[in-house]
Ligand binder design. Structure first.
Ligand code: AMP
Ligand code: MG
Length: 351
């Protein structure tokens, strides 16, 4: 993997869900770098810092993302595949502190989302063939009986406990897949590392999911939210210490021989892909929670999303459905500048 410093800011990678927008004026010097890791182009922009400090930060972040790739890969040999093998064999396994923290946060996210976010359903995800980097993928829909049998075994992160001999799962059906939370957790770590280095103004954009700190000179960072159906939905101003995560049903999917599409976000209760929500964008302080919540909003659908926002105490949500209709909370609408004459249906998350 090559760290590639770029002189001019990169506005878009084809698959990103959000792009950096440049403020026209009041902009301080921005140093940028990008690298490709874990199937994602990571773009780092640092404002108002020396070139030396920026380069130090780029190298550090690249190391962090590489570690994530090594440790948490769900299908290439990694610390995670070793854990899953131990769980399936009913054996305990020693893991590092970072893995323990990620599992603890995953347990919290599963509980808070009423099980809509459930990273213990790795076997279901594998059964659908989504353990691949090549999207869209082609193939048949998995066998219904096999899906039902797996769902009936109720894999949950609450089955995992820490014993003196290491991590242990009471349920052999638990197979972890951090695809819906690892990026958020990593961006939180990246933010903490940047602050520790003394970098105060930065935006780390990992394939459209991002975390920002500080400002870009005298202006807030601005990003664009991609329209799943093409183009841009709108621009969003980012405050300091904020994360923006988008989950979608539009890029990673299985296409069958008769052109039916099945998205990579699985409803744990049925073992089948979520269908109603096309994309969900969440703005929040903690990356891990925004990431897990965005995935959970896609699962929740249009009828259950507001209960979920309430349960998670998340105020800024924007959803789109298959027809392209936008739904947003009042707090989100206050901050997002929708493109053209787009109208959003305002959703209330108040009880
Ligand atoms: P994201 O892009 O953050 O929504 O994450 C999607 C990824 O999370 C998928 O590719 C799967 O690896 C995994 N995943 C799918 N469905 C779920 C779910 N209901 N809960 C947790 N992780 C999931
Ligand atoms: Mg997610």
């Amino acid at each position: 993997m090559q760290l590639r410093p770029v002189k001019t800011p990169v506005l878009a990678a084809v698959f990103v869900a959000a792009l950096l927008l440049l403020a026209g004026c009041g902009r301080s010097t921005v140093h940028e770098a990008e690298f490709y890791v874990f199937g994602t182009m990571v773009q780092v922009s640092i404002a108002g810092a020396s070139e030396e400090l920026s380069n130090q930060a780029f190298a550090l972040l690249q190391g962090r993302f590489q570690k994530m790739h090594r440790d948490w890969h769900a299908w290439e040999p990694s610390q995670l595949t070793a854990i899953n093998a131990a769980f399936a064999a009913g054996k305990p396994i020693k893991v590092d502190a970072e893995m323990l923290e990620l599992i603890r946060l995953s347990q919290q996210a599963e509980k808070q989302t009423g099980g809509r976010f459930n990273p213990a359903i790795g076997e279901l995800i594998g059964l659908w063939g989504f353990h691949t980097s090549n999207f869209p993928m082609h193939g048949p829909v998995p066998n219904g009986e096999q899906l039902a049998t797996l769902v009936a075994r109720h894999p949950s992160t609450s089955d995992i406990e820490l014993t003196p001999d290491g991590l242990y799962s009471r349920n052999a059906a638990v197979q972890l897949d951090f695809g819906g939370i690892a990026k958020g957790f990593t961006l939180d770590i990246a933010g903490a590392e940047l602050r520790r280095l003394g970098v105060q103004n930065a935006i780390v954009n990992a394939g459209g999911d991002l975390r920002a700190d500080g400002t870009q000179g005298s202006r807030p960072w601005r990003i664009a939210i991609k329209n799943p159906l093409g183009g841009v939905l709108g621009a969003l101003e980012i405050r300091a210490d904020e994360s923006v995560f988008t989950s979608g049903n539009y890029e990673r999917y299985l296409e069958t021989a008769n052109n039916e599409r099945y998205a990579h976000i699985i409803e744990p209760a049925t073992g089948r892909p979520a269908r109603e929500v096309m994309s969900a964008t969440v703005v929040g302080k903690d990356g891990w929670l925004a990431d897990a919540a965005a995935t959970a909003f896609v699962v929740a659908g249009l009828s259950a999303w507001s209960d979920l926002a309430h349960a998670l105490d998340i105020k800024m949500v924007l959803l789109t459905d298959a027809s392209g209709q936008i739904y947003a909370t009042p707090e989100m609408l206050e901050r997002v500048e929708l493109t053209g004459d787009r109208q959003a249906i305002v959703l209330s998350h108040e009880k």
